[in-house]
Design a protein around this ligand. Structure first.
Ligand code: C2E
Ligand code: CA
Ligand code: CA
Length: 555
């Protein structure tokens, strides 16, 4: 190779470049170290802020057309070539266009030696944007640029972090102010982030409204958080300077580079996406540092959601209705049962409803499973009534079912279909999910009443215990949650509070059910509050239907 170049001089090469340039989109160049001279395809002048297509004082002239942030890295790399420490130059960085926009270029070159010393470099420059690797809205390199960088440097990255930044609720900005305005916001956000970048860090645009900052030097994640805070402050300042025309915040997920080892690029993207989503899930306008334990929980939730969906599509295999006895404290006999959903899988065994019910609600799968539970519970109730006439069944309904399905019609037609007296059916609604002012809730309540089905307000005493509910919803039964029962058992003040509540409930002509009574002592203390119904491990844990029959219906 070098032998061939021996016969060529820089003027020869310049002549060849000159001849070839009309046939090419890319730009060929030769950089003569000995004479500090640079020659590039003449059409480059039309695109970039070059002083001319040939010039001396190469480093000084580079300042005119290389994007200032990238100049230091370029000079460092060129110094290694000129000193002979490396032969091949391969860098992605930005040149300034004739209208001063940063344009991502891929710059490669090969050093040719004369008398054992690097004499000149010949190479080619191409625009990355042409291959859709760069983003023309933000002027940043796209995600493939990050992939390339990580591939090229995977062995040398020992520390640092990936900071994935995402605008919060950017969709709203686009919807309210239009996509051109949205583009302006993205461009300005990219500038805000760029202004907080330190030497050696790189910034990429990920999807739509997300950016990824790569740092390969930092060993303490506190610095990543500090840098995020600085970016957030800069964005806040922009929002203020823009007279609050578009009000938005920015969140960040921090992935330490040490976690990236052994992962494919697509896995790394998943982990950084997860981190950003966690920051948003925790309330937005904040950062989150990746934790393996959180990720494992996320994977578990994802897997369980998948199993729930499979099960729904497979005739509800794995779902079961357990029954817990409800006792009538006045007659001291069994009043009925609360029907509680269970979900069992081969992989995870029995999963707690506290874990899977929120997943059913998030995915909307609570609609089919809730309906299934309704029919299953009523089937069971009908069968038990043959042995124990007057048996009552309590069925839990999620507020998602109230908001998103025609639950009232479902309940009324199911009760009718199973041939059960409406007076034997109780619908339980959790207090914390309710909005008493929502017309769907008030409609449900009045329809239940008109049809003679009773409503129990579940979990009373947790969350926002709003006494307004009592007047607005006029529930028939108030269920005191175990957490309240426990507090009342341990603390005299709480006990007095519960006692007052019991008086109030009774003076409003409502019934009270105390949940979570486990021992004889607890029963003795709670009995003084004259509850109408009681429920708890003292009488029995929720159990499968067959077991329930054997335990309570044989006498
Ligand atoms: P919940 O409706 O308040 O049900 C009472 C919970 O307290 C049940 O937990 C029951 O096993 C537990 N419990 C009852 N007595 C005692 C006791 O003496 N000591 C203790 N430590 N716990 C007691 P479970 O079955 O795990 O259900 C948890 C929650 O899941 C339910 O709370 C309810 O909010 C929800 N859930 C269960 N089944 C359904 C359903 O079919 N639909 C809907 N929407 N939610 C359901
Ligand atoms: Ca309940
Ligand atoms: Ca309850």
């Amino acid at each position: 190779m070098e032998k061939f170049f021996d016969q060529l001089s820089v003027p020869h090469l310049s002549k060849i470049i000159d001849l070839l340039h009309p046939c090419m989109d890319d730009y060929l160049y030769v950089y003569d170290f000995t004479n500090d001279y640079y020659f590039i395809s003449p059409h480059a002048v039309k695109r970039f802020a070059l002083p001319s297509n040939e010039f001396n004082n190469v480093i000084a002239n580079h300042k005119k057309f290389v994007y200032p942030v990238d100049l230091y890295d370029l000079q460092e790399d060129l110094a290694l070539i000129i000193s002979g420490e490396k032969d091949f130059h391969n860098m992605q960085y930005r040149w300034l266009s004739t209208s001063c926009e940063p344009i991502w270029v891929n710059c490669r070159g090969y050093a040719i030696h004369e008398n054992g010393k690097p004499a000149y470099m010949i190479g080619c420059i191409n625009e990355i944007g042409v291959k859709q690797k760069a983003d023309n809205v933000s002027g940043l390199l796209g995600i493939t640029g990050l992939q390339q960088y990580l591939q090229d440097h995977s062995y040398t990255i020992q520390q640092g972090f990936l900071l994935r930044l995402g605008l919060d609720d950017f969709k709203e900005v686009n919807e309210k102010l239009g996509s051109d305005y949205g583009d302006m916001v993205l461009r300005r956000t990219a500038e805000c982030i760029s202004s907080c970048i330190k030497t050696g860090q790189l910034l990429f645009r990920a999807v739509a409204d997300e950016f990824i900052l790569l740092d390969t030097q930092c060993s303490n994640m506190k610095h990543a958080v500090a840098q995020y805070k600085l970016i957030r402050q800069t964005v806040d300042e922009f929002v203020e300077a823009n007279h609050y025309e578009a009000v938005f915040t920015i969140s960040a997920g921090i992935l330490p580079c040490t976690i990236m080892k052994g992962h494919t690029f697509s896995d790394v993207m998943k982990l950084s996406e997860f981190s950003l989503n966690e920051a948003k899930r925790e309330g937005k306008n904040r950062s989150y540092i990746f934790e393996q334990a959180d990720y494992d929980k996320f994977l578990r939730r994802k897997k369980i959601t998948q199993l729930l969906r499979q099960s729904v599509n497979n005739d509800f295999e794995g779902f079961e209705a357990y029954l817990q006895p409800v006792f009538d404290s006045v007659s001291n006999s069994i009043y009925g049962a609360e029907s509680l959903m269970r979900f069992r899988t081969e992989e995870f065994g029995m999963i707690s409803p506290f874990e899977f019910i929120p997943l059913l609600e998030e995915t909307g799968l609570i609609m089919p499973t809730g309906k299934w539970m309704l029919h299953r519970s009523l089937t069971i109730c009908r069968e038990i009534q043959d042995l124990m006439p007057g048996f009552h069944i309590s069925i839990n309904i999620s507020y998602i079912q109230v908001m998103k399905s025609n639950i009232i019609n479902e309940i009324i037609s199911a009760v009718d279909m199973h041939g059960i007296d409406t007076a034997n059916v109780i619908i339980e609604l959790t207090e914390s999910g309710l909005l008493e002012s929502d017309s769907r809730v008030t409609k449900l309540v009045s329809n239940l009443k008109n049809n003679g089905i009773r409503l129990a307000l579940d979990d009373f005493g947790t969350g926002y215990s709003n006494f307004h509910y009592l007047n607005e919803l006029k529930p028939d039964i108030i269920k005191i949650d175990r957490s309240f029962t426990l507090k009342a058992l341990q603390n005299d003040y709480e006990y007095q509070l519960l006692s007052l509540m019991s008086n109030m409930v009774h003076s409003l002509n409502l019934k009270m059910c105390i949940e979570g009574i486990e021992t004889n002592d607890e029963l003795a203390k709670m009995s003084k509050l004259s509850p109408d119904y009681c429920q708890g491990y003292y009488w029995g844990k929720p159990c499968p239907y067959d077991e329930f029959k054997a335990l309570y219906l044989t006498q």
